[in-house]
Design a protein around this ligand. Sequence first.
Ligand code: NDP
Length: 283
Amino acid sequence: MSATLIKGKPIAERIRAEVAEEVKATGHIGLVTVLVGDDPASEVYIRLKHKAALEAGFDARDVRLPAETSEDDLLAQVAVLNADQEIDAILVQLPLPGHIDEARILRAIAPAKDVDGLHPVNAGQLFLGKPTLVGATPVGVMAMLREHAIEIDGARAVVIGRSNIVGKPMAHLLMQANATVTICHSHTRDLPRHTLEADILVAAVGVPMMVSPDMVKTGGVVIDVGINRTEAGLVGDVDPGAAEVAAFMTPVPGGVGPMTIACLLQNAVRCARYRRGELAYPG
Ligand code: NDP
């Protein structure tokens, strides 16, 4: 068997075109990205997000702060952005420098502008199964599954990784779509026992090619969220050889990555609808 590749780019391009139409129709969507320090990986992510926002016609602001910025100064900056009527969506790029309490910063973002869905109110709404702002990566994965008409209802889904930004929201979205979900992490015993049962396997770990072909269910769906920079270039968390076992698989690069950017813009549209009162913010 050779898996059908679930490519993110064509789906992402369509979403980005829809978002650009929305900007034209409404005249203005303001997204601000905030980067503290000069972490090279974060720089790349911010550049890609900012470029995509500009291409969609957003009022895209790129705030750069030095690594030594204090927690209080960053909180003050967030407060200014919360109050700014031109800003619909705020993204504070993680990780923040070690002297800043990330949770405190994320709690300070106005929940209706929290484009990454990391504010406790948005995370709580997701936990309660209510529509809300949810991180762009898991939203993008759901869009990929839907695009390929993959049956989620009743499926066994296994998510490897339990981060707040990917693993946990991913598991919640799959559960909301009526999958039976198992979350695995670094303390999970006998990982292959779980992964081999997965009709849908999502790997969000950050360990290059840790999912080997013999860990994948024959005919299953494999979503590789991992982006790992190695000497051999960018690789995912899944060995590409798993495509010989799976029925569907996302490539790296060109799989989930483009969807994250597109769905971030889509989330910003949601924020703008909250601000305009077209959608009631649920919190
Ligand atoms: P985190 O480091 O925050 O979380 C990694 C998770 O993997 C943790 O829950 C950890 O378990 C678990 N884990 C680590 N080692 C193992 C192991 N050997 N077996 C089982 N579980 C393990 O990472 P993120 O969630 O932020 O990101 C995960 C990956 O996805 C990274 O490669 C990142 O670059 C990529 N990414 C890609 C995006 C995209 O657009 N494609 C967007 C965001 C992230 P524990 O909790 O026990 O420590």
